[in-house]
Design a protein around this ligand. Sequence first.
Ligand code: GCU
Length: 140
Amino acid sequence: PPATVYQAENATISQGLVESNWAGYTGTGFVNVDNAVGSYVQWSVVPAAAGSTGLTIRFANGTTANRPMSITVNGTVVSANQAFNATGAWTTWSEVTVNATLTAGTNTVRATSTSATGGPNLDKLTLGTVGGGGAPTAAE
Ligand code: GCU
């Protein structure tokens, strides 16, 4: 059924672990993707309707360097080198939003590490209002 919030720990994970050792996550934990190119989290999402919407990913990056990921929707790249910048601590969570067009029914959203450091720790994916574009990307 349609839903707005999709926890990373309930998604499909390739090269990563569900963990809960850093506070501030929602749900029951977060995903620590492996520090490797190609590690990913893949969500199956059902929007309320087809159309353009924001995909907001909540994350933490306790390093001092960007942890870029490629964001795809149904296999098509919507943000090739999406920045997940340092948040200051693994317990400090931030959000980035990319816009994408979703179809009616189930869509596949995948976030894949594009550097050897891997992506950040990933908490959840939130869909914006269909047709409403994305929520603003949180300032760092
Ligand atoms: C630390 C941290 C992890 C994080 C990892 C990383 O080990 O505890 O939560 O995922 O660094 O660099 O990716």
